[in-house]
Design a protein around this ligand. Structure first.
Ligand code: CP
Length: 358
């Protein structure tokens, strides 16, 4: 059994992502994550178990009896939500997930209000959280920080799990989980998530949700991926290299309307100008062909769906919001259920929840 305590940080850091997976697993439970850091930790079995657990939690939460049972599971655990980058959905849905499962929680939403402001290192701050909490859910602008902290904590005298709630331009694994959950639910009675075309549109260069979801989709049979963006914001080659390695069909395009007419799901993203290297860099890119509006809605097949990790700006016109194929509001709520499932699973409660009422 691979353990983070048996490998030096520089050796672990240098491993390919898929090779890191066994080091991040719960040694006491089969195919169950302990730290959740990137999409490469999730295979088909784990994704389907998480979706089933999320469905179960969703159903149980509807009744007082079920909700009270869920709340009784983790009152002895505390979660720290450390978000040093802005967030609405990821922060609130993790917080709601904690409440559903009875965890108490604390938060830091601005490093300037913690002792980092007095010069404490990020590493020391996070080690401090582990003195008071039993899980850290963290969003940071730094690629790799969640991974390094997972290694540090596992090698400390108070190891606790870390969930990556978005790291730099790199990964957003729990967003990809809720996206997969949404796709599974959307196609559940329509032949399932196989033999589908998923189109990604917008800022594919800097959108971390795209990198994580593109990988997770490789777990499903015959999912063709189409990347539609202005040339300056096209999907980076490391994402495509994985698709080539796995034999996944993909296409690069600049034509959103054509792609929409051939898609089962269209995943819109906003321009991520917070990553601009010079003032006005993104504003100089012509993005007018990469927006979804009334014309695109007419072209979308009747069973097609529109997704967006949100927040949006103007890349989906509000006139699309009431169309039954607009899935982004349901997608957002799905985040609360799948994050509840992930937290419950991380603390070893999968079987107990699945057996409730049996
Ligand atoms: N999708 C997403 O990560 O949204 P927030 O930035 O609001 O958390």
């Amino acid at each position: 059994m691979a353990k983070l305590t048996d490998i030096a940080w520089n050796e672990f850091e240098a491993l390919p992502l898929e090779a890191k997976r066994p080091y991040l697993a719960n040694p006491d439970l089969p195919n169950t994550p302990y730290h959740t850091l990137f999409a490469q930790q999730f295979d088909r079995d784990l994704l389907e178990r998480l979706a089933a657990l999320a469905n179960r939690i969703r159903f149980m939460a509807k009744s007082k009896e079920g909700a009270l049972y869920l709340k009784s599971l983790l009152p002895h655990k505390r979660a720290m939500l450390y978000f040093s980058q802005p967030s609405s959905r990821t922060f609130l849905s993790h917080l709601a997930a904690c409440q559903i499962l009875g965890l108490t929680w604390g938060s830091v939403r601005d490093a300037a209000t913690s002792s980092e402001f007095k010069g404490e290192s990020r590493e020391d701050s996070i080690r401090t959280f582990s003195s008071y909490f039993d899980m850290i859910i963290m969003r940071t602008p730094e690629k790799g920080l969640a991974e390094q902290m997972a290694w540090e904590l596992s090698n400390s005298d108070r190891p606790i799990p870390i969930i990556n709630a978005g790291s730099g331009k790199d990964q957003h694994p729990t967003q990809a989980l809720l996206d997969i959950y949404t796709l599974l639910r959307s196609f559940e009675t329509k032949g399932g998530l196989r033999n589908r075309t998923v189109t990604f549109c917008g800022d594919l260069l800097r959108g971390r949700t795209v990198r994580s979801l593109s990988y997770l989709l490789t777990n499903f049979e015959n999912i063709r991926q189409v990347f539609v963006a202005p040339p300056e914001l096209q999907v980076p080659d490391d994402v495509l290299a994985i698709l080539r390695e796995k034999g996944v069909q993909y296409a690069i395009s600049g034509n959103l309307r054509e792609a929409v007419s051939l898609s089962d799901a269209v995943y819109m993203t906003r321009i991520q100008d917070e990553w601009d290297q010079s003032k006005g860099e993104s504003a100089r890119i012509d993005t007018h062909l990469f927006k979804f509006g009334a014309e695109e809605l007419k072209l979308l097949p009747p069973d097609g769906i529109i997704m967006h990790p949100l927040p949006r700006r103007d890349e989906i016109a509000t006139c699309c919001d009431r169309d039954p194929r607009a899935m982004y509001w349901r997608q957002m709520r799905n985040g609360m259920w799948i994050r509840s499932a992930l937290i419950a699973m991380t603390f070893g409660f999968e079987k107990q929840i699945m057996c409730f009422g049996a």
